[in-house]
Design a protein around this ligand. Structure first.
Ligand SMILES: [Zn+2]
Length: 275
């Protein structure tokens, strides 16, 4: 699943390619794609809207048009393509085509069909939109104090808390492993056992790692953004995730892989303290 850095990369790439384009025609081929509206209504509302601005909250991508906030959740496999000619109608994974005033076609492609779109009248307070009801603050705003308040009574393991989008939005499986490795905290630690300093460290490492990943245009383990001609390079900076059996850079012991709540989890049992 694309995490905040990959979604941010999609956003900045689209911003370069299609900003100020007017959407002339909308064709939705998968009726569940618009989550809060019917297909016909969604198509009619977005037609003739100019795309003014792009934004992100957690793993959600947003387009601000003249009258609406159009929110996209790519979920597992959602991707955008920008084509110069009308796409092959036989590609059954293309679920939406937006014909643009620039002569381009913005296409939404999703092999799993889990992605969703939302359309709302424009608001100043993006976080108040119904689709963000269960979405916490974006990683870029998460402080140690905030994390401490959210973990002090939690019996869950800290990795599950980091993955919980209602606490901090934008972190997924790859970056959760990297954050806890950098913070030297065992992913199985009980969240309420962390003290204020631990939470400060985790919050600081979260911002550092996700911002570095955004700089590197995300991680290409599976190609989330290559549809737009961008290959993320952060996989070259991973220190724990996917490094099973490789030497830990700090202590030279092998990185271990375990399953935690069904998710592959990589960590150094030597350096990362279990609390
Ligand atoms: Zn180590």
């Amino acid at each position: 699943m694309p995490e905040a850095p990959e979604v941010q990369t999609v956003l900045t790439t689209l911003e370069k390619q299609i900003r100020n384009a007017r959407i002339e025609k909308v064709e939705i081929f998968h009726e569940k794609l618009p989550e809060n509206l019917g297909v016909h209504e969604f198509e009619k509302m977005l037609e003739n809207q100019k795309i003014l601005r792009f934004f992100r909250l957690g793993k959600y991508l947003g387009f601000e048009t003249e009258e609406y906030d159009w929110i996209v959740h790519l979920r597992m496999e959602g991707k955008f393509f920008v084509f110069d000619s009308y796409p092959d109608p036989k590609d059954k994974h293309i679920h939406a085509i937006f014909s643009l005033s620039t002569g381009q076609y913005l296409c939404y492609h999703d092999t799993r069909k889990f992605g969703r779109m939302y359309l709302y009248p424009k608001t100043e307070d993006i976080a108040s939109l119904p689709c963000f009801q269960n979405v916490g603050i974006d990683f870029s705003k998460a402080s140690g104090t905030y994390l401490f308040d959210r973990t002090r009574n939690s019996k869950r393991d800290i990795k599950s808390v980091l993955l919980d989008q209602s606490v901090i939005a934008g972190i997924g499986n790859i970056y959760a492993d990297e954050i806890l490795y950098a913070a030297r905290i065992d992913p199985r630690s009980i969240a309420s056992h962390l003290d204020r300093d631990d939470c400060e460290t985790i919050a600081a490492q979260t911002k550092r790692i996700l911002n570095e990943a955004i700089e590197a245009k995300g991680t290409t383990i599976r190609s989330y953004t290559s549809s737009l001609g961008v290959e993320g390079q952060y996989q070259q900076q991973l220190r724990a995730h996917t490094k099973e059996g490789k030497e830990c850079e700090q202590c030279h012991q092998p990185i271990q892989k375990i399953k935690l709540k069904g998710r592959s989890t990589y960590f150094c049992p030597e350096c990362q303290v279990r609390k």
